[in-house]
Design a protein around this ligand. Structure first.
Ligand code: CP
Length: 310
């Protein structure tokens, strides 16, 4: 693997190999006081974030450090981006300085793909850590790792993705990855928060959360992305919460084995009740924990495995 830009088109065998590596790394490190492995000693990983992040940036930094890579964090607000430097010039500067891998988050859909084209010559790997409303592939991989742990396999499992699908790169990456791994995906959202062309995605669509919950193995709640709703938020926050929030009453409609996910950051009380987020069915903390092992696995497949230059 040379880059990780999207789950759309990602070979299911490669995705499974990354998940298996993450699982192996998790079990290797379990209970160890010192987590460091020597695998990426001498390699340089740079995170380049043009949007805010807690989970993705921190877990990539920990993942790189646990594999002994040198990790450098660049945020747009404190770099020469603030003086007007372009994404292309910034990326070429990082590659010239010695980056083996650039992990990029950017508000423009397609930014990671463009970066991979600009960095083809220096041969620097690119990971998409979220580009606009397009994709967030490592989030989908960590979600799949968490679901595999809780449910055993994704094959023929029914997963509901609920809420602001329109603006969600997490939803888009999950739709493609879950379908590729054999799961059935149902999108549950108001018509105003579904993307144009939803019919072409490998999903079914519902607007009735209560009707869907009894028949799912997992429910993935999405963040409402107010910062991308330039024309206002319709339905209102109150209407949204009533129709699509995962309340304690709604949680009782789920089968006993069903898993509750949220990529974070979550709006407690609006998207999901605190009691549900903190319940035994919730795997939200496990998602964050698995994020480190999945990102270690991604760095391994990009920089250290036999197929790293493929
Ligand atoms: N899920 C996710 O991408 O979280 P951050 O924005 O905190 O990285």
């Amino acid at each position: 693997m040379k880059h990780l830009l999207a789950t759309d088109g990602l070979d299911p065998a490669l995705a499974t190999a990354v998940l298996d590596t993450a699982d192996e790394l998790k079990h290797t490190l379990l209970g160890r006081e010192v987590k460091k492995l020597p695998t990426l000693r001498g390699r340089t990983v740079i995170t380049l974030f043009y949007e805010n992040s807690t989970r993705t940036r921190v877990s990539f930094e920990i993942a790189g450090k646990w594999m002994s890579a040198d990790v450098i964090n660049v945020s747009a607000s404190s770099s020469s981006v603030n003086k007007g430097e372009s994404l292309r010039d910034t990326a070429l500067t990082l590659a010239a300085a010695g980056a083996d891998c650039v992990i990029v988050r950017h508000p423009a859909s397609g930014a990671a793909q463009r970066l991979s084209e600009w960095l083809a010559e220096p041969g620097t790997s690119v990971v998409n850590a979220g580009d606009g409303t397009h994709e967030h592939p490592t989030q989908a991989l960590l979600d799949a790792a968490t679901l595999r742990e809780r449910l055993g396999s994704l094959k023929d499992r029914r997963i509901a993705i609920v809420g602001d699908v329109l603006h969600s790169r997490v939803a888009r990456s999950n739709i493609h990855l879950l379908a590729a791994l054999g799961a059935e995906v149902v999108l549950v959202a108001p018509p105003t928060l579904l993307p144009y062309g939803v019919e072409s995605l490998p999903v079914t669509v519902s607007h009735d959360l209560d009707a869907e919950l009894p028949a799912v193995d997992a429910v993935m709640m999405l963040r409402v992305q107010a910062e991308r709703m330039h024309g206002g938020f319709f339905p209102s926050a109150r209407e949204y919460s009533i129709a699509y929030g995962l309340s304690e009453r709604r949680q009782k409609l789920l089968p006993d084995h069903a898993v509750v996910l949220h990529p974070g950051p979550m709006l407690r009380g609006m998207e999901i009740a605190s009691a549900v987020a903190d319940s035994p069915a919730s795997a939200i903390t496990e998602q964050v924990r698995n994020g480190v092992h999945v990102r270690m696995a991604v760095l391994y497949h990009l920089l250290a495995s036999e197929g790293a230059t493929a």
